[in-house]
Design a protein around this ligand. Sequence first.
Ligand code: FES
Length: 580
Amino acid sequence: MTKRKTPEELRSHRWYGVNDLRSFGHRSRTSQMGYSREEYAGKPVIAILNTWSEINPCHTHFKQRVEEVKRGIWQAGGFPVELPVQTLSEPFQKPTTMLYRNFLAMEVEETLRSYPADGVVLMGGCDKTTPALLMGAISMDLPAIFLPAGPMLRGNWNGVTLGSGSDTWKYWAELRAGHITEDDWQGVEGGIARSPGHCMTMGTASTMTSAAEALGFTLPGFASIPAPDSRHAQMAAKTGMRIVEMVWEDLKPSDILTAGSVDNAVTTCLALSGSTNAIVHMIAVARRAGIELTLDRYDDISRRTPVLANIRPTGEYLMEDFFYAGGLRAMLKELGDLIDGMQKTVNGKSIGENIADAQVFNDDVIRRRSAPLMPDNGLAVLRGNIAPNGAVIKPGAAAPHLLVHTGRAVVFKDYNDMAARIDDEALDVDEHSVLVLQHAGPVGAPGMPEWGQLPIPKKLLQKGVRDMVRISDARMSGTSYGACVLHVAPESFIGGPFALVRDGDLIELDVPQRKLNVLVSDEELARRQSEWVAPPPRFTRGYGAMHQIHVMQADKGCDFDFLQRGGAGGPQNAGEPEIH
Ligand code: FES
């Protein structure tokens, strides 16, 4: 039988359980909040890190859900303490939530370190909240369970089903091309997001909450439940109950995370045809646990993983349909030997045990392995003389004829340059051109925003062009589509060779061969390199300055160098400072 902790072994015992002057202060101030000793003495203190705020539409139900989590914690004999943390609201935070992902990860780690937490419920879902919460919790390594926000319901307008993001880009292009009216556009605006929950296409949110489940951080099946469903509320209470037991069992992230569970999560992202953002996040999450997940490993897994989830933008349906079709458990079961069933999860069982009885109820939504949406290669890692450390593309989201393509570069030196000139009638561009956006990476943008789906120039849209090869050191929303090469590393702003591409250069993209090159001689590139002048820093103070000094490149997950396991090449963390 597993050894269980005693109340005296709880981390919170130092705050509440001993008899000295400091613990007197903790207890008297707990009394001030209306609790008597009987309510908390000897119980595990469960921190509930809630990313709710009035500016995060994906988490509007978290105000209610947190009460359900607390209900579960009380019933299981724990003492819940809700602690608000940064909200990282994808639609509102500028220039990008990605700039602040590591900020939230640090806040999670330091909040847990500095308060009397024995275990933690992580409440997130909107894009960056999931990786940030996981990264911080992994580094702190207290028993931790993730509560996914759940996808919102399908969008609806004039009888048409709308998907977050994907249909925004689609109808925006139709509006610019003059195919729909301003009234139509306002109809889309009112109907595309009509319930609590995160984006319900296979964007970063659905990808990362599913990855969290595949890693073993949620109770089984929970990542797929739509936010407004009553089963989501039940899930919240069960999550609260389970974390109390996890504390007594001392079941920590380090007991769950292995190279095998990371592979399971990567396989899941690929079988979902998930967001390209998940590559950056999964690398960062794995590195926090000391597991070296490389782009090459990602590419290897991609070559063997079929796309089974028929969800937009690669497929046809939405997360609500995915849930009714059996959800993530059913898809993992269908993946069979591609999932390592022995990996442990937060309920103490293996993932294999958790999915043993799962069934597919609609095999158009969750495809059988014998009839996948794509047989393999949902994602490709490219290398070449403008991306020596890698770049990525999602072939399934691109027009097939562009996957092997050579075209003339049309270079934008940054986002403002692109915004000013993209619709200029005089822009020397045609459908064969390759649009290049520089200075859009982790340091240069800053924060590597989702600018990688460059708009098609208006004059080409009006000719019916809907896809072109686009290359950047930016990211792209998981709800986007198109022949967009992303995450070029090293980025142009810090002098990566991508900075050397000029108007008119021929660029060769060959996805089957995993190649991305500018067809310019080495001598000419060396000459351009010698003339390259570093731009002035984006920040001179504050968090931004820290970010630009310490953020690593996309192929390393964009974590801060001092936050990965062992810090910047230094020794392992010496452990928690002594608690007084
Ligand atoms: Fe929150 Fe898309 S805006 S998940």
